[in-house]
Design a protein around this ligand. Structure first.
Ligand code: PTJ
Length: 251
């Protein structure tokens, strides 16, 4: 088996192959679930159809996401096994720039995996990573999937959930949170439930949101509200679907 370092830089699928290796390494390190491999494959197919680029409507969503995080009282970035494998440094940076908390929140929860992800985020400079306490529940969900921290996702007003399961995304939205979902499938229930759906690869989306957050850092409250109000989630989902179906002039 090759590893990431063996993939020639001029290979036409270089970036995609390196990404696959990161997910494989995440599984080997006890960070990513085996289901994460399947999720990555699905995401890759959508990304291929999108042209592996951030379409303009996704960039607008990333700006709205940055504004929502900066304007929030208790913003939380949810981290699962795929995010921890793909963008550990970038998610810690986004938390630093926006003042958001990081919380490990797993669909296929095991305490070992929570601990491995907390340690990995700490190795990338994170402090006070939440998720291990699991002392609150998302209403309406069965046991393991519902576990969150009382002072984290449970009390968050704005929560970023990359690659989320549709049920849980719906349940978080029901709790009245402003939900930012990163998902390459605009038809997924998570993307449909989100106040701000970001149809982009998490690898591009997280640094994209951070860039916008840096740009908006000194903006006043009115500007942050205006950026969020100008963003139309339904139009963004329609545009992304059109791009996937091969109408690039719409994207
Ligand atoms: O680590 P855990 O236990 O919390 O599990 C995480 C996964 C992702 C395995 C779990 O939440 C899951 O099974 O998710 P789904 O239902 O497979 O949904 C994942 C969604 O993310 C799908 O719509 C994919 O198209 C999308 N996706 C996959 N890879 C990426 C992505 N979206 C953005 N960037 C990606 N790299």
């Amino acid at each position: 088996m090759t590893d990431a370092a063996d993939i020639p830089a001029d290979h036409p699928r270089h970036d995609s192959l390196v990404t696959r290796h990161r997910i494989e390494d995440g599984v080997d390190a006890g960070i990513t679930s085996r289901q994460g491999l399947i999720a990555q494959g699905r995401g890759e197919a959508f990304d291929y159809l999108l042209g592996e680029r951030t379409i303009p409507s996704a960039d607008e969503a990333e700006r709205a996401a940055a504004a929502a995080l900066l304007a929030a009282d208790h913003p939380v970035l949810s981290v699962n096994g795929n995010v921890a494998a793909l963008v550990p440094a970038a998610i810690v940076e986004l938390a630093t720039v926006t003042g958001a908390a990081l919380e490990v929140n797993l669909f296929n929860r095991t305490e070992e995996r929570v601990q491995a992800i907390v340690e990995s985020l700490e190795a990338h400079g994170a402090e006070d990573v939440k998720g291990a306490a699991a002392d609150a529940r998302i209403p309406g969900l069965s046991h393991e999937r519902a576990k969150v921290d009382a002072d984290g996702i449970y009390q968050a007003d704005v929560v970023l959930v990359p690659l989320e399961d549709g049920d849980r995304a719906g349940a978080l939205a029901e709790m009245g949170k402003t939900e930012i979902v990163i998902d390459l499938n605009p038809l997924s229930r998570s993307a449909q439930a989100a106040a701000i759906p970001v149809v982009d690869n998490v690898i591009r989306a997280i640094p994209g949101i951070t860039d916008h957050a840096r740009d908006l850092q000194d903006a006043g409250a009115e500007t942050l509200v205006a950026v969020q109000e100008e963003f139309d989630p339904e139009a963004a989902l329609e545009t992304a679907e059109a791009a996937l179906r091969g109408s690039p002039e719409l994207a």
